[in-house]
Design a binder for this molecule. Structure first.
Ligand SMILES: *Cc1c(COP(=O)(O)O)cnc(C)c1O
Length: 384
């Protein structure tokens, strides 16, 4: 777990070598799992070299992930959580009662639903705004002077691109902290802090772990001394939303192939988006990599190396046609979530019927399979 001094390395090198995490005890090239919940003090009652006292505050396996993630994000510090939602909640719990928050509309439904309930309970004014409309976002900042502004790009399931730099300027102009949920992009495609976001949030359950077998969340910060970050750290230590050592170990293993997976998922997703765009049974394709997509120009500016695994498309013929096609798919698992090595398909309208999702919309999370097999499966399901 020793962090060797390293020059500034690129993501594929950082991840393959887990940012220098090895097992100092055995010289193993892979770090050990450290399940100890408590740590020994010496005869003089001093803690050891790493100052570990108790697992809730000092989690060696979690720190390895945080070290790697901070480097990938170009962040001053990072924190992992037992789920993405735990990371969302940790941020919002820093907002004082009576303040206002600005949240992008039509983002990940779990985030929206939790924030609405939380703000009501805590007497926080919640303003929801379409943040891909930079002017609307700026006007909402000026009108409501929020303490916190929350964006998600690309957004889920609409795949809208939000201009992080423009939102950061608007938020900072009124003294607000800008937090960006970058789950769909992963730190491989966009480092949101470099575009001006103050904090980046990820559901590490998705692309970062990438194997659909760990539930985890993460935050990364530009300024580790900021009041918000200090409050989040104190809250995690004391309220205890800590990722367990076994999950953290698995997460670090999953991250070793992160750039490879994201690259392949993005190539596959773009190829399928192009295929679907030309398909007579498809009304609309939402993928930031397509020049026809309204957020393409913004995506080109802030995404490097691909546009991610997430793509939505609208089948002609509404819910009946979409559900028919979904039922005929043989390779895509009919399951929620995204960013895993295996391809998934979701009929979002079934899950969130009252949020304006088109009835014919199918959301794909494109995996790392051979894209020809995926395309054949879509072709037979749509009935070409
Ligand atoms: C899944 C997801 C979350 C929530 O993360 P969990 O790990 O499921 O708690 C938040 N934001 C986005 C964009 C997600 O996809």
């Amino acid at each position: 777990m020793h962090d060797k001094p390293q020059p500034k390395l690129r993501p594929a090198t950082l991840t393959a070598q887990a940012a220098g995490a090895v097992d100092a005890t055995t010289d193993g090239v892979v770090p050990a799992v450290h399940p100890a919940t408590t740590f020994i003090r010496d005869e003089d009652y001093e803690t050891g070299a790493q100052n570990n006292t108790y697992l809730r505050s000092n989690a060696p396996n979690g720190r390895m992930v945080e070290n790697l993630l901070a480097k990938l994000e170009g962040a001053a510090d990072a924190m992992v959580f037992p789920s993405g939602m735990a990371a969302v909640a940790a941020v919002f719990r820093t907002v004082p009662s009576g303040a206002a928050v600005l949240v992008q509309s039509q983002i990940y439904w779990g985030t929206t639903a939790w924030i609405r309930a939380f703000c009501e309970r805590r007497d926080i004014t919640l303003i929801e705004v379409e943040a891909s409309d930079t002017a609307a976002f700026g006007a909402a900042c000026d009108a409501h002077r929020p303490a916190l502004a929350w964006i998600e790009t690309p957004s889920n399931p609409w795949l809208r691109s939000v201009d992080i730099t423009a939102c950061a300027e608007a938020a900072h102009g009124v003294g607000a902290t800008l937090v960006a949920d970058m789950t769909a992009a992963t730190p491989v495609l966009t480092q949101a802090l470099s575009f001006g976001a103050d904090v980046v949030m990820h559901s590490a359950t998705k692309g970062i772990n990438g194997h659909s077998d760990v539930l985890a969340g993460a935050l990364a910060v530009a300024d580790a001394e900021s009041a918000l970050w200090q409050a989040v750290r104190a809250d995690r230590d004391m309220a205890g939303a800590v990722l367990g050592p076994f999950e953290a170990w698995l997460l670090l293993r999953g991250m070793r192939t992160l750039p490879l997976r994201v690259e392949r998922m993005s190539t596959n997703a773009l190829a399928l988006a192009q295929f679907l765009e030309d398909h007579p049974k498809v009304e609309q394709v939402m993928y930031p990599g397509l020049p026809s997509h309204e957020g393409h120009v913004v995506a080109l500016r802030q995404m490097t190396g691909g546009f991610g695994p997430l793509l939505s498309f609208v089948v002609r013929g509404g819910a009946t046609a979409a559900l028919g096609a979904v039922g005929r798919l043989q390779l895509f698992h009919r399951a929620t979530s995204l960013g895993g090595v295996e391809s998934l398909v979701e009929h979002r309208h079934t899950i969130e019927p009252h949020t304006g999702i088109p009835e014919g919309l199918l959301r794909l999370s494109v995996g790392i399979e051979d894209v020809r097999d995926l395309q054949d499966d879509l072709a037979q399901a749509l009935g070409q």
